[in-house]
Design a protein. Structure first.
Length: 339
């Protein structure tokens, strides 16, 4: 590449050549090493972090302009929904660990689950299911009454019709009629009693049902089953066409969510003491880290330094090499090296 600053002094020109020939890469490595060796608590200023959080909230809550910008971005995404499924676009590096994490046999806290499921929405589901099941059972009992043995035997013998009005036939015919009358009365009574009793029974049983549901959800014997169910949910979503998923997302009214998010940001930005809460939270996290270096902290988190620093250094060196070639850098370098 041609030197954009031919008027550089010999010292500045030699310095830039050395940066091109490897000094820049050495400098980047030196900076990264220094960063990794520093204690975590010395890398962040809690007050600075709190100020940035507050500034972000203020920006997000500025009002119509921010909301309009977010709505435009969301609308643009909704108009560009591609065909296909998430499975065709989600990399295995994401899907495989996600399925493994969700498929773990987890036993949830029983008290927490009990409070979560004991809600009118869940009660209404089980109330309707139980009521329908009991009504169906009552109808089957009524049908058994109609299909009693006397009636079935008389029908099989052909008794009770026009050909059976005398003697034994007439007697059995009357017995058949009596059986049918009893069956109808019994079935009608069963259906009548069932309608009132089903609602009463279900209403009384709902508390016990909710407890049983919570017990089942927290039973270690079913932990693996529910783990497989969570994986099933993910797999189903991954196999679903993207336009269908987008249509389901539209039902929650994303634009209203934007307004809600802005309102939350405004409330937090103006809540007295929120900035101090953020700063205190950062200080607590830094105290927890103690005197450990960033390198030690990342290692404990299972992050392999060799895998990420090579890519970061390459990107920084590439951007730095572009900067070194600019006229603005040459002018700055001249000022730096001036006697």
């Amino acid at each position: 590449m041609a030197d954009p600053s031919p008027a550089l002094s010999p010292l500045a020109a030699r310095t830039r050549d050395r940066l091109r020939q490897g000094a820049l890469a050495e400098l980047v490595t030196l900076v990264v090493d220094d960063l990794l060796a520093r204690p975590v608590h010395g890398l962040l200023d809690p007050d600075f972090v709190a100020d940035q959080v507050m500034a972000a909230l203020e920006t997000a809550s500025e009002g119509a302009r921010t909301e309009a910008w977010l709505r435009e971005r969301i609308q643009g995404l909704r108009e560009r929904v591609p065909q296909g499924t998430l499975a065709e676009r989600a990399p295995d590096e994401v899907v495989v660990p996600l399925r493994q994490a969700l498929g773990r046999p987890i036993v949830w806290d029983r008290d927490l689950v009990g409070r979560l499921v004991d809600h009118e929405a869940i009660r209404s589901v089980f109330r309707d299911v139980l009521a329908d099941a009991l009504r169906g059972y009552a109808q089957k009992l009524a049908q058994l009454g109609r299909d009693n043995p006397v009636t079935q035997t008389a029908r099989s013998l052909g008794i009770g019709g026009r050909e059976g009005h005398r003697g034994l036939g007439a007697g059995l015919g009357r017995l058949k009629t009596l059986g049918e009358g009893l069956a109808k009365g019994l079935s009608a009574e069963l259906e009548h009693q069932a309608e009132g009793r089903v609602k009463e029974f279900v209403d009384q049983a709902m508390s016990a049902v909710m407890q049983q549901v919570a017990d089942h959800l927290c039973d270690p014997a079913y932990a693996e089953t529910y783990g497989r169910y969570r994986v099933h949910v993910v797999d189903t979503l991954l196999r679903t066409e993207l336009p269908l998923l987008a249509g389901e997302v539209d039902k929650i009214d994303p634009e209203q969510l934007v307004a809600t998010g802005a309102a939350i940001a405004r409330a937090l930005a103006h809540r007295e003491g929120f900035r101090e809460d953020v700063a205190s939270g950062v200080r607590a996290a830094l105290r927890e880290a103690g005197d450990r270096s960033l390198r030690s902290f990342l290692s404990e988190a299972g992050i392999d330094e060799a895998q990420w620093r090579r890519g970061i250094e390459e990107q920084v060196v590439a951007r730095g090499a572009e900067l070194v070639e600019t006229e603005a850098f040459g002018t700055w370098l001249e000022r730096l090296l001036a006697e």
